[in-house]
Write a protein that binds this ligand. Structure first.
Ligand code: HDD
Length: 750
């Protein structure tokens, strides 16, 4: 640990400028010293409630609501007006000279309406254009005051409001949710000491080491500039051309070709701060820190064939899932964990902690849970909140600081800069969703769309006319960690940045066989879309440095021979500390089990015995699952026993890929009707192929046969119950497992 120069007073040399006897010193009050009783993060919070965020609130309510109340508009019972508040008499017809005459220029009501409409769109984010947001809160498990003075961590139980935006990276604003891509995981903490944005991803490492390469990376993955294809996909020449020429990308490619890049839900993915940051405590002592968000529901993903089909069935798949869970009161929750370590620890390791293509294995530095985040309120308005929210990697608060990670350096610049063109000027911090809950006082003035009405004649410092206010906070304010730096200016990279493969190998070797197969299949798919053979060859030569088995698998899939391995930058690469890290597998965090919020389709048709279906439905509902009765058409179903059943989805409006499990009903006539509908077969095959659970009741076993699904009892995810049996426990247990990859073959059997 190192110590800050916290003892040095702010503006230390200022007084000397006014001459020895302070002859030219301005009157008292100009450079006021901060009062000694200036509030600190912990003194600002009373119990666990910050005075700025109001008293304790009921579940489902969020502390960012109150500050946003002043701008929330509810038009219930209100009359229609123009933007000037003028009541509008007729919203159907423009003003004309005679019923068949020309429209009149003086129709200010029409003109205002059309003009506003003409300007409704703002530029989309250059990356992460497609996203979904939610409000919530962070709750600290304990005080971390010994290692950081960051406001959210000062007391056990302390609540800090947050707004979170999840996103895909490459696709445009209207693109599909289930693209193979990194997911953004950006959290804005509205702390007592200003906004802290932890702008992370669902993958703990990044493609490149230096921000200098970021525009190149993004240009390569975005649709190709001549014909603007493909949308939201990395499976094209330019991305793989760039990748094959950038060996530092090897580790990230393992993650992006894994199922991590097609999450089942935003609620079932991890989040990572990626960079090494610093914690700094009140004494100015610092340690390194990495941030991890672990979902309570565990980590679960889609499989590729499913992701492709969902893209057509419901392009809003992840957005809808998040929205519906929060509306249903199933508030998603993540545990925030930190890895903290010292500079001395970092110096010993085979990799550089300033290199964003490297992670710190959990086996090397275990995770310490420090709090939880709950998302409990959907935005009122997508544009005002989710679209206008402006995250920024430079938004840190006292107690959090940067390291010299060269990727982070570029980010500190980029985010504010991009908001200026995206949100139309330098006052985007005043947009309600961006405004801190902590008060803002400075001498910045004016600019496009200024909201604040700053009073008084003083907009400069030092001043005597304003009593020296707003005054510098001194030690109570943000003090940069004074890391000693004495170096030549160079363009280059540190030594350890030259090793690119150890952690790629670590990742691949830590996956289960099913996950490894998915990685091979993903490379095969992506590279099969590449039209230039030399690019494929370069990629294979890179993969040989990661894993011979992987390279071989991909080469076979492409009908190619293995080329020579790509030359390495280092002849003697350092030995990694760990050879496998189970925590890198999605299977490592299955979650709490259970079937809450899992979507289950129960196929029904006229003539069905309703009682067992109603019983199953009630059992699933009681466990928090979402059973839906699916028929060829929505509406009431005729049951043989008079039990009222209503099909709420059709095979047409909610195709089978949107469900986590499928139930096939008993009854000869019913099975006959289902067998005659091609959707049934399709649904069963998809469920089976995607590793999901199938339950066949009585006569419906025929439908499994028809679809070619093996039903010899060896697959725990294919459950056949005799007619009349209504013990649902095996089915529920199987759904709780999410996937049954044991049945998977390549190519698929079904
Ligand atoms: Fe970035 C957006 C995450 C590297 C430049 N980034 C953006 C968002 C996330 C990330 C989650 C969306 C925020 C939102 O929901 O509004 N970015 C990352 C991570 C990175 C990373 C985890 C590496 C560790 N980014 C990165 C670099 C640069 C940028 C190296 C530029 C030098 N990122 C931007 C940006 C964006 C952005 C252009 C686009 C829209 C925005 O900022 O607000 O400034």
């Amino acid at each position: 640990t190192q110590t800050t120069s916290a003892g040095i007073p702010h503006n230390a040399n200022k007084k000397a400028e006014h001459g020895l006897a302070n002859a030219k010193a301005p009157p008292e009050g100009q450079h006021v010293e901060p009062p000694s009783d200036l509030p600190t993060a912990s003194s600002l919070s009373e119990g666990n409630v910050s005075p700025k965020t109001g008293p304790a609130v009921a579940a489902g309510v969020n502390r960012t609501v109150e500050p946003l109340d002043r701008v929330r508009v509810n038009s219930d019972g209100e009359r229609l007006t123009t933007n000037q508040g003028v009541p509008v008499a007729d919203n159907q017809n423009s003003l004309k000279a005679g019923l068949r005459g020309p429209a009149l220029l003086k129709d200010f009501i029409l003109r205002e309406k059309i003009t506003h409409f003409d300007h409704e769109r703002i530029p989309e984010r250059i990356v992460h254009a497609r996203g979904s947001g939610a409000h919530g809160y962070f709750e600290a498990y304990e005080s971390l005051a010994d290692i950081t003075r960051a406001a959210p961590f000062q007391e056990k139980g302390k609540i800090t409001p947050v707004f979170v935006r999840f996103s895909t990276v490459a696709g445009e604003r209207g693109s599909k949710d289930t693209a193979r891509d990194v997911r953004g995981f950006a959290v804005k903490f509205y702390t007592d000491e200003g906004n802290w944005d932890l702008v992370g991803n669902n993958i703990p490492v990044f493609f490149i080491q230096d921000a200098m390469k970021f525009p190149d990376l993004i240009h390569s993955v975005k649709p190709e500039p001549h014909h603007a294809m493909p949308q939201a996909a990395s499976a094209h020449d330019t991305f793989w051309d760039f990748a094959s020429l950038m060996p530092e990308i090897a580790h990230m490619l393992m993650w992006v070709m894994s199922d991590r890049a097609i999450p089942r839900s935003y609620r079932t993915m991890q989040g990572f701060g990626v960079h090494t940051f610093r914690f700094v405590n009140a004494a100015g002592e610092s340690c390194f820190v990495k941030f991890h968000w672990n979902p309570k529901l565990g980590t679960h993903s889609l499989v590729w064939d499913e992701a492709v089909k969902i893209a057509g069935a419901d392009p809003d798949y992840n957005r809808r899932d998040l929205w519906e869970a929060i509306e249903a009161g199933e508030y998603p929750e993540w545990e925030l964990c930190v890895q903290t370590f010292t500079e001395a620890d970092a110096d010993r390791w085979s990799f550089d902690v300033l290199d964003a293509t490297k992670l710190v294995p959990e086996e090397l530095v275990p995770l310490r849970p420090v709090g939880r985040m709950v998302l409990n309120r959907n935005p009122d308005n997508f544009f005002a909140e989710t679209e206008q929210v402006a995250f920024c990697a430079a938004h840190v608060v006292p107690g959090i600081d940067f390291t010299n990670d060269p990727l982070l350096a570029g980010r500190i610049h980029s985010y504010v800069d991009t908001q200026i063109s995206r949100l139309g000027g330098p006052n985007f911090h005043e947009i309600p969703i961006n405004a801190p809950v902590a008060p803002v006082h400075n001498n910045q003035r004016d600019g496009m769309h200024r909201q604040a009405i700053n009073r008084g004649r003083v907009a400069y410092e030092p001043n005597s006319l304003g009593g020296g206010c707003p005054f510098q906070a001194g030690k109570a304010g943000f003090v940069s960690f004074p890391e000693p730096v004495q170096q030549d200016e160079v363009r280059g990279k540190p030594e350890k940045f030259a090793e690119h493969y150890n952690q790629a190998t670590l990742f691949y070797d830590s996956q289960t066989p099913a996950e490894q197969n998915h990685i091979i299949a993903a490379f095969r798919f992506e590279l099969s879309k590449v039209t230039v053979p030399a690019i494929r060859e370069r990629m294979l030569s890179m993969l040989r440095n990661v894993s011979e088995a992987l390279a071989q698998g991909v080469a076979e899939g492409l009908g190619m021979r293995l080329p020579e391995p790509m030359p390495r930058a280092l002849d003697n690469p350092p030995q990694p500390e760990v050879a496998t890290s189970p925590a890198l597998s999605l299977m490592f965090r299955p979650g709490e089990g259970g079937i809450r919020t899992r979507k289950i389709a129960i196929l029904v048709a006229n003539g069905i015995a309703g009682a067992p279906i109603a019983d199953l439905q009630a059992t699933l509902l009681a466990q928090g699952a979402i059973p839906r009765l699916m028929a060829a058409r929505i509406g009431p179903v005729e049951t043989s026993d008079g039990t009222p059943l209503e099909a709420d989805v059709s095979t047409e409006n909610e195709p089978g890929v949107l469900f986590d499990a499928l139930v096939l009903p008993d009854g000869d006539a019913v099975v006959q009707a289902l067998a005659a509908d091609g959707h049934t077969d399709e649904h069963i095959r998809d469920q089976y192929r995607h590793g999901k659970t199938l339950l066949a009741l009585g006569a419906s076993v025929r439908l499994l046969e028809q679809a070619g699904v093996p039903k010899d009892g060896s697959d725990p995810g294919v459950i056949v119950l005799e007619a009349g049996v209504s013990d649902w426990s095996r089915f529920i247990e199987a759904v709780g497992k999410h996937r049954h990859f044991e049945r998977e073959t390549d190519p698929p059997l079904v």
